[in-house]
Ligand binder design. Structure first.
Ligand code: 8IG
Length: 264
């Protein structure tokens, strides 16, 4: 049995296999999860066989079973592994593969990121319409010529826009990090057509598509990309924007997940 099967078996015993939707919440997003519905069960990643133990003190890395207001079930993964942590691409996509193994059909990937569109003030949610994988790696192995013409489901994006019509879309470029970009790098990706810049999501989205899940990507723009504001990038600014947007994002995502599970 693989580590993925072991982890999925463990979670199936704890959570059952009735959830049709799952969400991955980046660091700083734990509070939004409290607004999704009723927590039925919760388990630390460190108690799930095969999951990489979180070594970041104060980061609540845990899987939660939540009952939405329409009684449908959601699995929320609170906290993710980033490529820059150095555990490799398998660790980055492990959780997504476990969710696929559990039979999850719809996956929501959230992140905080930098924005290249000056009208997106910190705290603006943006749908990911497409991505540029600039991490230099891939979760796919061998001659697996995966079709990636629609990584981020048009159907799920339309559900979001039916709930919040002023939502805009952006193209997310995934860097390996952990440094933010130089202004020259931002100018480069601007010319490539990117409007969102971050250090996560793209590899997870590819692994999810390989497993035939439908993917929704939502970024919270927490800072203008490097060189755009005239100020250095500050982690404090990122945290502050995230805190202020918790209620808006939690409410929006709760509505979106209810709609997704009503349709499927
Ligand atoms: I929050 O400006 C956040 N994450 N690469 N660049 C990259 N990642 C980010 C940024 C950013 N802001």
């Amino acid at each position: 049995m693989s580590n993925i099967e072991r982890a999925a078996g463990f979670l199936e015993q704890r959570f059952g296999n009735r959830a049709e939707v799952a969400i991955v919440l980046g660091s700083g997003w734990a509070d939004a999860a409290d607004l999704f519905g009723t927590t039925l069960d919760e388990v630390a990643y460190s108690d799930i066989p095969g999951f990489r133990n979180s070594d970041i003190v104060g980061h609540a890395h845990k899987a939660r079973l939540i009952q939405l207001e329409n009684n449908q079930l959601l699995i929320a993964f609170i906290g993710r592994t980033h490529l820059y942590e150095g555990f490799g691409v398998d660790a980055v996509v492990f959780g997504v593969k476990v969710l696929a193994n559990l039979g999850i059909k719809n996956l929501i990937l959230t992140n905080a990121c930098g924005g290249l569109n000056p009208v997106w003030k910190p705290g603006t949610p943006v749908l990911i319409s497409d991505h540029i994988n600039f991490t230099g790696t891939t979760p796919l192995q061998g001659a697996n010529f995966l079709d990636v013409t629609e990584v981020y489901s048009k159907r799920l994006r339309n559900i979001c826009k039916s709930i919040k019509p002023d939502l805009e879309e952006g193209v997310y470029v995934g860097f390996m990090g952990p440094a933010y970009e130089t202004p020259a790098e931002i100018e480069m990706v601007r010319r490539w057509g990117a409007t969102l810049v971050g250090m996560s999501t793209v590899l997870e989205a590819m692994a999810a598509r390989e497993a035939q899940m439908e993917v929704l990507g939502i970024s919270l723009v927490t800072n203008l990309a490097a060189g755009m504001s005239g100020e250095p990038l500050s982690h404090a600014e990122v945290i502050e924007a995230g805190k202020n947007a918790t209620k808006m994002m939690g409410t929006l995502l709760a509505e979106v997940m209810k709609e997704i599970t009503n349709e499927s």
